[in-house]
Design a protein around this ligand. Structure first.
Ligand code: SAM
Length: 271
């Protein structure tokens, strides 16, 4: 990594030392952003995109890796039914502990029940199947690993099959941990090395965002992306873009914890 870039990446790492999982969950994963009664709420939109992307082409496989999981589980609630093994990952131990605590003891800073129920409804199973889905997720998550998307090998070697994972999911990670567009693009290439040729990337991210709150008084800088840039970056990293959906934030979803204007959902295939 060039010297200047490594300095700014190190500054981003410094920001994350005060990241507060419980506050982050409260800011982004409760109403109005997670209001399952509203079709224009952001979380139901994300869950529907993930469900549709996997079912439309009947995407299945052996290994799914979630890159930069943070303290959240929603992003693998559809995928856990379609892959034999799910690997969660995050840079911070505090987030990995939050995930392990749910996986091993059912304890969490956020109650994920309504999320599980919503995804069960999407799958046509009825919300009462949610306990089975929670059990399935606990069974298929094989690891919660440290990851650094700024390294050319983001996960420790030997973690994945030699050919790579069958599918990568990543939500709000790359733009939130990169000091600029160059390092965002490098990070995208780095995580692509984890994916096998022909594998799928499901990438969710913020549009037009310059900061978000990672806890009380902790303002984390974000690379502001636009739709066109996302397409350029994916193609430059060797992907065929299969789908790009955009969510525009309704005014009342702007709750003062970031300056995001929209969210993108991209489904891409590694060429
Ligand atoms: N995926 C979650 C979501 O959808 O809400 C969390 C996204 S949060 C905005 C960004 C995450 O990136 C945090 O959990 C943070 O710990 C993680 N992170 C920070 N630096 C990282 C790095 N260098 N490599 C990978 N992940 C990193």
């Amino acid at each position: 990594m060039a010297k200047d870039l490594s300095k700014t990446v190190a500054a981003m790492e410094g920001c994350y030392q005060r990241f507060n999982p419980a506050a982050y969950l409260q800011y982004n994963y409760t109403a109005p952003r997670a209001d399952f009664e509203r079709s224009d709420s952001i979380v139901p939109w994300k869950l529907s995109c993930l469900h549709r992307a996997l079912t439309e082409d009947d995407i299945r496989g052996d290994v799914l890796v979630d890159v930069g999981s943070g303290p959240t589980l929603y992003q693998v609630m559809s995928g856990c039914e379609r892959f034999n093994r799910v690997i969660l990952s995050d840079f911070l131990e505090v987030n990995r502990r939050e995930l392990q605590s749910w996986l091993q003891e059912g304890k969490s800073s956020l109650d994920w029940t309504t999320y599980f129920k919503y995804v069960c409804e999407l799958e046509g199973r009825g919300s009462s199947a949610w306990t089975k889905k929670a059990e399935r997720l606990r069974t298929v998550v094989s690891d919660v690993l440290p990851i650094d998307v700024h390294q050319s090998c983001p996960l420790s070697q030997g973690t994945l099959p030699l050919c790579g994972a069958d599918c990568l999911v990543s939500s709000f990670c790359l733009e939130s941990v990169s000091p600029d567009l160059t390092s965002f693009n490098i990070a995208l290439s780095n995580i692509s090395s984890l994916l096998r040729k022909g594998g799928y990337l499901l990438l969710i991210g913020a549009l037009g965002e310059s900061f978000y709150m990672g806890g009380p008084g902790l303002c984390i800088p974000v690379v502001p992306l636009d739709e066109a840039q996302v397409c350029v970056s994916l193609r430059a990293s060797g992907y065929e873009l299969l789908q790009l959906s955009i969510y525009h934030l309704p005014t009342d979803m702007k709750v003062g914890v970031d300056d995001v204007t929209g969210v993108f959902f991209a489904k891409a295939k590694k060429c």
